[in-house]
Design a binder for this molecule. Structure first.
Ligand code: CA
Length: 243
């Protein structure tokens, strides 16, 4: 087994299918040819491919309907799809219906152009998922008024650098990294303090209190830290864009 991207090619004309498979193969892809919509649905269900090339004019189902059914399959919404169209009214439908297809190419087409298009789409999808992964793992969502400056060991709040003690910094950083997540006092002691066993629950409360005062000095009307009575603390997920 190698890791060539699997491309599902749904095309009922063997001549076109042969040509497309040939160029895909020679460009490092692993094409899987299906001549009917039924076959495509079966192949897709077995394993979602990296991309689907979809002829609009199929014998058993039109490409638009197949597109919708593929999208509804597990993992289907994530797989980019490229339409092959033979008529200008089909192109109008692809564009006009805004089906969410990633692209289309009109017949007759150059196989080289098709492969270039496939590469572009896969690159774009890879960039989007990389960006999403970075966004998901970053310290705070883009809209957050908090910015963590790891190098300076500093947190900015609505553009203002906060003057925090070591434990205030640790507490706030933890909360900001997971907006909405409720941390119990025990968890906060464990994660932020050096000697958790020597510290008390009210140590956490005392630091949250001084932290809140410093946040209030920047934005008097905003309460970014929620208290969950008897449980712990969480960062408020819905903070205004401006103080
Ligand atoms: Ca056809």
């Amino acid at each position: 087994m190698d890791n060539k991207p699997r491309i599902l090619l749904v095309e009922d004309e063997p001549g076109i299918a042969d040509t497309v498979q040939y160029v895909l193969n020679s460009d490092g892809f692993a094409p899987v040819w299906c001549s009917t919509a039924a076959d495509a649905l079966r192949q897709f269900s077995l394993q979602p491919p990296a991309l689907v090339i979809l002829d609009v004019g199929l014998p058993d189902l039109n490409g638009f309907e197949l597109f919708k059914r593929l999208q509804a399959l597990p993992g289907g919404a994530r797989v980019p799809m490229l339409f092959l169209t033979a008529r200008s009214d089909e192109i109008d439908r692809v564009v006009g219906l805004e089906l969410g297809a990633d692209d289309y190419i009109a017949k007759p087409f150059s196989p080289r152009e098709l492969v270039a298009r496939v590469r572009t789409i896969l690159r774009r999808v890879a960039q989007v998922s990389a960006a999403q992964a970075i966004a998901a793992s970053s310290a705070a969502p883009p809209a957050s008024p908090f910015v963590i400056d790891r190098d300076r060991h500093q947190i900015r709040y609505y553009g203002r650098a906060l003057d925090l003690s070591r434990y205030e910094f640790g507490l706030l950083r933890l909360l900001v990294q997971r907006p909405g997540r409720v941390f119990t006092r025990d968890e906060l002691l464990e994660l932020v303090w050096d000697n958790a066993s020597d510290s008390l629950d009210r140590t956490v409360d005392a630091h949250v209190k001084t932290l809140r005062a410093k946040l209030k000095a920047v934005a008097p009307l905003v309460e970014p830290i929620r208290t969950l009575r008897g449980t712990g603390y969480a960062l408020n997920e819905d903070l205004p864009a401006a103080p």
